[in-house]
Design a binder for this molecule. Structure first.
Ligand code: HEC
Length: 410
Protein backbone atom coordinates (compact mmCIF):
# COMPACT_ATOMS: atom_id res chain seq x y z
CA UNK A 1 0.00 0.00 0.00
CA UNK A 2 2.61 2.59 1.07
CA UNK A 3 4.73 2.33 -2.12
CA UNK A 4 1.59 2.97 -4.18
CA UNK A 5 0.74 6.00 -2.09
CA UNK A 6 4.33 7.25 -2.46
CA UNK A 7 4.20 6.84 -6.24
CA UNK A 8 0.81 8.54 -6.58
CA UNK A 9 1.74 11.34 -4.24
CA UNK A 10 4.91 11.92 -6.21
CA UNK A 11 2.95 11.96 -9.49
CA UNK A 12 0.35 14.47 -8.25
CA UNK A 13 2.93 16.73 -6.61
CA UNK A 14 5.09 16.70 -9.72
CA UNK A 15 2.08 17.51 -11.88
CA UNK A 16 1.25 20.52 -9.72
CA UNK A 17 4.89 21.58 -9.52
CA UNK A 18 5.49 21.51 -13.26
CA UNK A 19 2.26 23.39 -14.03
CA UNK A 20 2.95 26.07 -11.42
CA UNK A 21 6.53 26.43 -12.65
CA UNK A 22 5.32 26.85 -16.22
CA UNK A 23 3.00 29.65 -15.10
CA UNK A 24 5.77 31.33 -13.07
CA UNK A 25 8.48 31.05 -15.69
CA UNK A 26 6.00 32.06 -18.37
CA UNK A 27 5.16 35.27 -16.56
CA UNK A 28 8.83 35.94 -15.78
CA UNK A 29 9.75 35.62 -19.47
CA UNK A 30 6.72 37.65 -20.45
CA UNK A 31 7.50 40.60 -18.20
CA UNK A 32 11.22 40.64 -19.09
CA UNK A 33 10.22 40.70 -22.75
CA UNK A 34 7.57 43.33 -22.12
CA UNK A 35 10.03 45.57 -20.25
CA UNK A 36 12.50 45.30 -23.11
CA UNK A 37 9.89 46.21 -25.71
CA UNK A 38 8.55 49.34 -23.98
CA UNK A 39 9.24 52.66 -25.67
CA UNK A 40 8.91 56.22 -24.39
CA UNK A 41 5.59 57.89 -25.25
CA UNK A 42 4.72 61.64 -25.36
CA UNK A 43 2.86 61.40 -22.05
CA UNK A 44 5.25 58.84 -20.56
CA UNK A 45 8.97 59.72 -20.91
CA UNK A 46 11.56 56.95 -20.48
CA UNK A 47 12.39 58.11 -16.96
CA UNK A 48 8.82 57.44 -15.92
CA UNK A 49 8.03 54.26 -17.84
CA UNK A 50 7.06 53.35 -21.38
CA UNK A 51 4.43 52.01 -23.71
CA UNK A 52 4.29 48.87 -25.84
CA UNK A 53 1.66 47.35 -28.11
CA UNK A 54 0.98 43.65 -28.38
CA UNK A 55 -1.43 41.53 -30.33
CA UNK A 56 -2.68 38.24 -28.92
CA UNK A 57 -5.75 36.05 -29.03
CA UNK A 58 -7.86 38.25 -31.26
CA UNK A 59 -7.21 41.56 -29.53
CA UNK A 60 -4.70 44.39 -29.23
CA UNK A 61 -3.14 45.29 -25.90
CA UNK A 62 -1.72 48.67 -25.05
CA UNK A 63 0.75 48.03 -22.25
CA UNK A 64 1.84 51.01 -20.18
CA UNK A 65 4.49 50.76 -17.51
CA UNK A 66 4.72 53.37 -14.77
CA UNK A 67 8.10 53.29 -13.10
CA UNK A 68 7.71 53.42 -9.33
CA UNK A 69 3.95 54.07 -9.54
CA UNK A 70 1.12 55.65 -11.49
CA UNK A 71 -0.34 58.96 -10.31
CA UNK A 72 -3.51 57.30 -9.07
CA UNK A 73 -4.35 53.87 -7.67
CA UNK A 74 -6.40 51.71 -10.04
CA UNK A 75 -9.37 50.01 -8.43
CA UNK A 76 -8.28 46.54 -9.44
CA UNK A 77 -4.70 45.37 -9.45
CA UNK A 78 -3.50 41.89 -10.45
CA UNK A 79 -0.63 40.63 -8.32
CA UNK A 80 1.78 38.05 -9.69
CA UNK A 81 2.84 35.97 -6.75
CA UNK A 82 0.95 32.72 -6.42
CA UNK A 83 2.69 31.16 -9.42
CA UNK A 84 5.97 31.56 -7.50
CA UNK A 85 4.62 30.48 -4.12
CA UNK A 86 2.86 27.42 -5.55
CA UNK A 87 6.00 26.41 -7.44
CA UNK A 88 8.18 26.62 -4.37
CA UNK A 89 5.72 24.98 -1.98
CA UNK A 90 4.93 22.06 -4.31
CA UNK A 91 8.65 21.71 -5.08
CA UNK A 92 9.48 21.63 -1.40
CA UNK A 93 6.89 18.92 -0.74
CA UNK A 94 8.21 16.98 -3.72
CA UNK A 95 11.73 17.21 -2.27
CA UNK A 96 10.44 15.95 1.07
CA UNK A 97 8.36 13.25 -0.57
CA UNK A 98 11.07 11.79 -2.76
CA UNK A 99 14.40 12.71 -1.21
CA UNK A 100 13.64 12.99 2.51
CA UNK A 101 10.94 10.31 2.86
CA UNK A 102 12.86 7.87 0.63
CA UNK A 103 16.33 9.05 1.53
CA UNK A 104 18.05 5.66 1.36
CA UNK A 105 17.12 5.35 -2.33
CA UNK A 106 17.78 8.89 -3.45
CA UNK A 107 19.64 11.09 -1.01
CA UNK A 108 21.96 9.23 1.31
CA UNK A 109 24.95 7.41 -0.08
CA UNK A 110 26.62 5.59 2.83
CA UNK A 111 29.90 5.65 0.91
CA UNK A 112 29.80 9.45 1.08
CA UNK A 113 28.34 9.84 4.56
CA UNK A 114 26.25 7.41 6.56
CA UNK A 115 23.44 9.81 7.47
CA UNK A 116 20.04 8.81 8.81
CA UNK A 117 16.99 10.11 6.95
CA UNK A 118 16.23 12.84 9.52
CA UNK A 119 19.88 13.97 9.59
CA UNK A 120 20.02 14.23 5.80
CA UNK A 121 16.70 16.13 5.72
CA UNK A 122 17.90 18.56 8.38
CA UNK A 123 21.10 19.23 6.43
CA UNK A 124 19.12 19.77 3.23
CA UNK A 125 16.57 22.16 4.74
CA UNK A 126 19.22 23.95 6.80
CA UNK A 127 21.36 24.49 3.70
CA UNK A 128 18.44 26.04 1.83
CA UNK A 129 17.72 28.43 4.71
CA UNK A 130 21.37 29.42 5.19
CA UNK A 131 21.80 29.74 1.42
CA UNK A 132 18.93 32.23 1.29
CA UNK A 133 20.38 34.31 4.14
CA UNK A 134 23.79 34.50 2.44
CA UNK A 135 22.29 35.53 -0.89
CA UNK A 136 19.93 38.08 0.64
CA UNK A 137 22.75 39.69 2.66
CA UNK A 138 24.93 39.87 -0.45
CA UNK A 139 22.20 41.68 -2.38
CA UNK A 140 21.62 44.16 0.43
CA UNK A 141 25.34 44.82 0.95
CA UNK A 142 27.20 47.49 -1.06
CA UNK A 143 27.99 44.71 -3.55
CA UNK A 144 24.34 44.93 -4.55
CA UNK A 145 25.15 48.11 -6.47
CA UNK A 146 27.49 46.29 -8.81
CA UNK A 147 25.36 43.86 -10.82
CA UNK A 148 28.24 42.06 -12.54
CA UNK A 149 30.25 41.55 -9.38
CA UNK A 150 27.15 40.41 -7.51
CA UNK A 151 26.40 37.92 -10.29
CA UNK A 152 29.92 36.49 -10.15
CA UNK A 153 29.80 36.13 -6.38
CA UNK A 154 26.36 34.52 -6.62
CA UNK A 155 27.84 32.05 -9.10
CA UNK A 156 30.69 31.30 -6.70
CA UNK A 157 28.19 30.65 -3.88
CA UNK A 158 26.29 28.21 -6.11
CA UNK A 159 29.43 26.30 -7.08
CA UNK A 160 30.66 26.24 -3.47
CA UNK A 161 27.27 24.93 -2.33
CA UNK A 162 27.41 22.18 -4.95
CA UNK A 163 30.81 21.15 -3.60
CA UNK A 164 29.47 21.19 -0.04
CA UNK A 165 26.54 18.99 -0.98
CA UNK A 166 28.84 16.40 -2.60
CA UNK A 167 30.46 15.94 0.83
CA UNK A 168 27.19 14.83 2.42
CA UNK A 169 24.75 13.64 -0.27
CA UNK A 170 24.56 11.27 -3.22
CA UNK A 171 25.36 12.86 -6.60
CA UNK A 172 21.70 12.90 -7.47
CA UNK A 173 20.77 14.45 -4.13
CA UNK A 174 23.50 17.06 -4.64
CA UNK A 175 22.19 18.31 -7.97
CA UNK A 176 18.58 18.47 -6.80
CA UNK A 177 19.67 20.52 -3.78
CA UNK A 178 21.63 22.96 -5.93
CA UNK A 179 18.47 23.39 -8.03
CA UNK A 180 16.39 23.77 -4.87
CA UNK A 181 18.80 26.42 -3.58
CA UNK A 182 18.39 28.48 -6.76
CA UNK A 183 14.62 28.00 -6.59
CA UNK A 184 14.63 29.15 -2.96
CA UNK A 185 16.47 32.34 -3.92
CA UNK A 186 13.92 32.91 -6.67
CA UNK A 187 10.83 32.30 -4.53
CA UNK A 188 12.39 34.17 -1.60
CA UNK A 189 12.93 37.15 -3.90
CA UNK A 190 9.24 37.22 -4.68
CA UNK A 191 8.06 36.58 -1.12
CA UNK A 192 10.58 38.65 0.85
CA UNK A 193 11.44 41.52 -1.49
CA UNK A 194 9.39 41.99 -4.63
CA UNK A 195 5.88 41.69 -3.17
CA UNK A 196 6.60 43.49 0.16
CA UNK A 197 8.22 46.39 -1.73
CA UNK A 198 5.28 46.58 -4.08
CA UNK A 199 2.94 46.67 -1.10
CA UNK A 200 4.86 49.60 0.39
CA UNK A 201 4.57 51.47 -2.90
CA UNK A 202 0.82 50.86 -2.99
CA UNK A 203 0.49 51.98 0.64
CA UNK A 204 2.36 55.24 -0.09
CA UNK A 205 0.10 55.91 -3.05
CA UNK A 206 -3.02 55.32 -0.98
CA UNK A 207 -1.65 57.71 1.64
CA UNK A 208 -1.07 60.30 -1.06
CA UNK A 209 2.72 60.22 -0.60
CA UNK A 210 5.43 59.83 -3.23
CA UNK A 211 6.74 56.20 -3.11
CA UNK A 212 10.45 55.59 -2.61
CA UNK A 213 12.02 54.78 -6.01
CA UNK A 214 14.58 52.51 -4.30
CA UNK A 215 11.80 50.02 -3.60
CA UNK A 216 11.07 49.55 -7.29
CA UNK A 217 14.78 49.29 -8.10
CA UNK A 218 15.37 46.56 -5.53
CA UNK A 219 12.39 44.62 -6.81
CA UNK A 220 13.63 44.90 -10.40
CA UNK A 221 17.09 43.67 -9.37
CA UNK A 222 15.65 40.55 -7.74
CA UNK A 223 13.30 39.89 -10.59
CA UNK A 224 16.25 40.10 -13.01
CA UNK A 225 18.18 37.57 -10.90
CA UNK A 226 15.16 35.27 -11.06
CA UNK A 227 15.14 35.56 -14.80
CA UNK A 228 18.80 34.61 -15.11
CA UNK A 229 18.44 31.69 -12.69
CA UNK A 230 15.47 30.16 -14.49
CA UNK A 231 17.25 28.07 -17.12
CA UNK A 232 19.96 26.60 -14.87
CA UNK A 233 17.38 25.82 -12.18
CA UNK A 234 15.18 23.94 -14.64
CA UNK A 235 18.09 21.90 -15.95
CA UNK A 236 19.09 20.95 -12.40
CA UNK A 237 15.51 19.90 -11.69
CA UNK A 238 15.69 17.55 -14.69
CA UNK A 239 19.17 16.28 -13.82
CA UNK A 240 17.89 13.36 -11.73
CA UNK A 241 16.91 11.59 -14.96
CA UNK A 242 20.50 11.80 -16.24
CA UNK A 243 23.06 9.82 -14.25
CA UNK A 244 25.72 11.02 -16.71
CA UNK A 245 25.49 14.37 -14.92
CA UNK A 246 25.83 13.13 -11.35
CA UNK A 247 27.74 9.86 -11.75
CA UNK A 248 30.98 11.27 -10.39
CA UNK A 249 30.59 13.73 -7.48
CA UNK A 250 34.14 14.99 -7.97
CA UNK A 251 33.16 16.75 -11.19
CA UNK A 252 29.78 18.05 -10.03
CA UNK A 253 31.08 21.56 -9.11
CA UNK A 254 32.54 22.25 -12.59
CA UNK A 255 29.42 20.81 -14.18
CA UNK A 256 27.21 23.08 -12.06
CA UNK A 257 29.43 26.04 -12.95
CA UNK A 258 29.17 25.38 -16.69
CA UNK A 259 25.42 24.70 -16.62
CA UNK A 260 24.75 27.87 -14.64
CA UNK A 261 26.70 30.16 -16.93
CA UNK A 262 25.23 28.50 -20.02
CA UNK A 263 21.65 28.96 -18.82
CA UNK A 264 22.23 32.53 -17.67
CA UNK A 265 23.95 33.47 -20.95
CA UNK A 266 21.07 32.10 -23.02
CA UNK A 267 18.67 34.28 -21.01
CA UNK A 268 21.04 37.20 -21.56
CA UNK A 269 20.88 36.72 -25.30
CA UNK A 270 17.09 36.99 -25.30
CA UNK A 271 16.96 39.85 -22.80
CA UNK A 272 19.25 41.96 -24.99
CA UNK A 273 17.65 40.84 -28.24
CA UNK A 274 14.15 41.71 -27.09
CA UNK A 275 15.38 45.18 -26.30
CA UNK A 276 16.95 45.70 -29.70
CA UNK A 277 17.30 42.97 -32.34
CA UNK A 278 20.25 44.74 -33.93
CA UNK A 279 22.22 44.41 -30.70
CA UNK A 280 21.66 40.63 -30.31
CA UNK A 281 24.79 39.28 -28.59
CA UNK A 282 25.48 36.39 -30.95
CA UNK A 283 28.75 35.59 -29.17
CA UNK A 284 26.62 34.02 -26.43
CA UNK A 285 25.93 30.95 -28.55
CA UNK A 286 29.60 30.25 -29.21
CA UNK A 287 30.33 30.53 -25.49
CA UNK A 288 27.39 28.30 -24.58
CA UNK A 289 28.44 25.71 -27.18
CA UNK A 290 31.94 25.57 -25.69
CA UNK A 291 30.58 25.40 -22.13
CA UNK A 292 28.16 22.58 -22.92
CA UNK A 293 30.79 20.72 -24.88
CA UNK A 294 33.11 21.00 -21.88
CA UNK A 295 30.33 19.71 -19.63
CA UNK A 296 29.87 16.70 -21.88
CA UNK A 297 33.60 16.10 -21.95
CA UNK A 298 34.13 16.45 -18.21
CA UNK A 299 31.21 14.15 -17.46
CA UNK A 300 32.47 11.54 -19.90
CA UNK A 301 36.11 11.78 -18.84
CA UNK A 302 35.11 11.27 -15.21
CA UNK A 303 33.74 7.78 -15.84
CA UNK A 304 36.11 4.83 -16.39
CA UNK A 305 34.41 3.62 -19.56
CA UNK A 306 33.97 7.17 -20.84
CA UNK A 307 37.68 7.77 -20.37
CA UNK A 308 38.46 4.70 -22.39
CA UNK A 309 36.19 5.88 -25.18
CA UNK A 310 37.89 9.26 -25.21
CA UNK A 311 41.21 7.44 -25.61
CA UNK A 312 42.37 8.56 -22.15
CA UNK A 313 42.55 5.06 -20.69
CA UNK A 314 43.66 1.70 -22.01
CA UNK A 315 40.61 -0.53 -21.60
CA UNK A 316 38.24 -0.05 -24.47
CA UNK A 317 34.64 -0.63 -23.42
CA UNK A 318 32.34 0.13 -26.27
CA UNK A 319 28.74 -0.89 -26.13
CA UNK A 320 26.28 -1.20 -28.93
CA UNK A 321 22.79 -2.46 -29.44
CA UNK A 322 24.40 -5.70 -30.59
CA UNK A 323 24.58 -6.51 -26.90
CA UNK A 324 20.83 -6.75 -26.87
CA UNK A 325 20.96 -9.74 -29.16
CA UNK A 326 23.47 -11.63 -27.10
CA UNK A 327 22.38 -13.93 -24.38
CA UNK A 328 24.25 -12.86 -21.23
CA UNK A 329 26.67 -15.37 -19.68
CA UNK A 330 25.81 -17.07 -16.39
CA UNK A 331 28.02 -14.81 -14.23
CA UNK A 332 26.25 -11.70 -15.57
CA UNK A 333 22.82 -13.19 -14.96
CA UNK A 334 23.96 -14.09 -11.45
CA UNK A 335 25.22 -10.55 -10.73
CA UNK A 336 22.17 -8.79 -12.09
CA UNK A 337 19.63 -11.07 -10.49
CA UNK A 338 21.39 -10.84 -7.12
CA UNK A 339 22.00 -7.05 -7.18
CA UNK A 340 19.15 -5.62 -9.25
CA UNK A 341 16.25 -8.04 -9.57
CA UNK A 342 14.98 -7.65 -6.01
CA UNK A 343 13.60 -4.31 -7.24
CA UNK A 344 13.50 -4.82 -11.00
CA UNK A 345 11.16 -7.79 -11.22
CA UNK A 346 7.51 -8.28 -12.09
CA UNK A 347 6.95 -8.87 -8.41
CA UNK A 348 9.70 -6.99 -6.52
CA UNK A 349 10.72 -8.32 -3.13
CA UNK A 350 12.55 -5.19 -1.93
CA UNK A 351 10.73 -3.58 0.95
CA UNK A 352 9.09 -0.38 -0.21
CA UNK A 353 9.14 -1.26 -3.94
CA UNK A 354 5.94 -2.73 -5.28
CA UNK A 355 6.14 -2.08 -9.01
CA UNK A 356 9.29 -2.56 -11.05
CA UNK A 357 10.90 0.95 -11.07
CA UNK A 358 10.43 2.69 -14.44
CA UNK A 359 9.13 -0.62 -15.78
CA UNK A 360 12.70 -1.93 -16.07
CA UNK A 361 12.75 -5.71 -15.62
CA UNK A 362 16.05 -7.46 -14.89
CA UNK A 363 14.90 -10.84 -13.63
CA UNK A 364 15.51 -13.21 -16.58
CA UNK A 365 18.39 -13.60 -19.08
CA UNK A 366 16.13 -12.31 -21.87
CA UNK A 367 15.13 -9.23 -19.87
CA UNK A 368 18.75 -8.57 -18.95
CA UNK A 369 19.84 -8.84 -22.59
CA UNK A 370 17.13 -6.40 -23.64
CA UNK A 371 18.29 -3.84 -21.05
CA UNK A 372 22.00 -4.07 -21.96
CA UNK A 373 22.26 -0.38 -22.89
CA UNK A 374 20.42 0.72 -19.77
CA UNK A 375 22.54 -1.49 -17.54
CA UNK A 376 25.63 0.04 -19.09
CA UNK A 377 24.41 3.56 -18.42
CA UNK A 378 23.10 2.97 -14.90
CA UNK A 379 25.61 0.52 -13.46
CA UNK A 380 28.82 0.72 -15.52
CA UNK A 381 29.26 4.20 -17.02
CA UNK A 382 27.63 5.69 -13.95
CA UNK A 383 26.93 4.17 -10.59
CA UNK A 384 23.35 5.39 -10.43
CA UNK A 385 22.14 1.83 -9.86
CA UNK A 386 21.72 0.14 -7.49
CA UNK A 387 20.51 3.38 -5.85
CA UNK A 388 23.28 4.52 -3.51
CA UNK A 389 24.68 1.04 -4.00
CA UNK A 390 22.09 -0.19 -1.56
CA UNK A 391 22.59 -3.84 -2.56
CA UNK A 392 26.38 -3.46 -2.32
CA UNK A 393 27.46 -4.23 -5.84
CA UNK A 394 31.25 -4.57 -5.93
CA UNK A 395 33.66 -2.89 -8.31
CA UNK A 396 34.60 -6.32 -9.69
CA UNK A 397 31.00 -7.02 -10.50
CA UNK A 398 30.77 -3.76 -12.43
CA UNK A 399 33.92 -4.74 -14.32
CA UNK A 400 32.34 -8.10 -15.13
CA UNK A 401 29.30 -6.29 -16.56
CA UNK A 402 31.62 -4.04 -18.58
CA UNK A 403 33.45 -7.09 -19.95
CA UNK A 404 30.17 -8.66 -21.02
CA UNK A 405 28.96 -5.46 -22.67
CA UNK A 406 32.31 -5.12 -24.44
CA UNK A 407 32.31 -8.69 -25.70
CA UNK A 408 28.73 -8.30 -26.83
CA UNK A 409 29.85 -5.74 -29.40
CA UNK A 410 32.44 -8.02 -31.02
C1 HEC B 1 16.63 -0.97 -4.14
C2 HEC B 1 15.94 -1.10 -5.38
C3 HEC B 1 16.75 -1.06 -6.67
C4 HEC B 1 17.80 -1.85 -7.02
C5 HEC B 1 18.49 -2.92 -6.20
C6 HEC B 1 18.15 -1.47 -8.37
N1 HEC B 1 17.33 -0.47 -8.80
FE1 HEC B 1 17.27 0.34 -10.64
N2 HEC B 1 15.82 1.61 -10.08
C7 HEC B 1 15.30 1.69 -8.81
C8 HEC B 1 14.46 2.85 -8.71
C9 HEC B 1 13.70 3.32 -7.46
C10 HEC B 1 14.49 3.46 -9.97
C11 HEC B 1 13.76 4.73 -10.41
C12 HEC B 1 14.69 5.87 -10.23
C13 HEC B 1 14.01 7.19 -10.53
O1 HEC B 1 12.87 7.36 -10.17
O2 HEC B 1 14.70 8.02 -11.10
C14 HEC B 1 15.32 2.64 -10.82
C15 HEC B 1 15.56 2.89 -12.16
C16 HEC B 1 16.35 2.11 -12.96
C17 HEC B 1 16.49 2.26 -14.38
C18 HEC B 1 15.74 3.24 -15.22
C19 HEC B 1 16.45 4.56 -15.23
C20 HEC B 1 15.68 5.61 -15.98
O3 HEC B 1 15.63 6.72 -15.47
O4 HEC B 1 15.13 5.30 -17.02
C21 HEC B 1 17.39 1.30 -14.80
C22 HEC B 1 17.86 1.06 -16.22
C23 HEC B 1 17.83 0.59 -13.63
N3 HEC B 1 17.17 1.10 -12.53
C24 HEC B 1 18.77 -0.42 -13.64
C25 HEC B 1 19.22 -1.06 -12.50
C26 HEC B 1 20.32 -1.99 -12.47
C27 HEC B 1 21.15 -2.37 -13.69
C28 HEC B 1 20.44 -2.42 -11.20
C29 HEC B 1 21.47 -3.38 -10.64
C30 HEC B 1 22.83 -3.04 -10.91
C31 HEC B 1 19.42 -1.78 -10.43
N4 HEC B 1 18.71 -0.94 -11.24
C32 HEC B 1 19.19 -2.02 -9.06
C33 HEC B 1 15.51 0.80 -7.78
C34 HEC B 1 16.46 -0.19 -7.79
Amino acid sequence: MIPYVLEWGSLLLRWLHVIAAMAWIGSSFFFMHLDASLRAAPDLPAARGGVGWQVHGGGFYEMRKYLVAPDFMPEELTWHKWQAYTTWISGFFLLVWIYYAQSSLYLVNPEVMALTGPQASAIGIGALAVGWLIYDRLCKSPLGNNETLLGLIGLAVIVAASYGFTLVFSGRGTLIHVGALMATWMAGNVFMVIIPNQRKVVASLMAGEAPDPALGKQAKQRSTHNNYLTLPAVLLMLSNHYPVLYANPAVIPPIVFLITISGALIRHFYNVRHFDHAKSPWWVWATVAVALWLTFWIAMASSPTGRAQLGLAATPAAVSTAAAHTSPPANVVEIVTSRCAMCHAADPVWDGIQISPKGVLLDTPAHIARQAEAINLQAVVSRAMPPNNITEMTADERLALAAWLRSATN
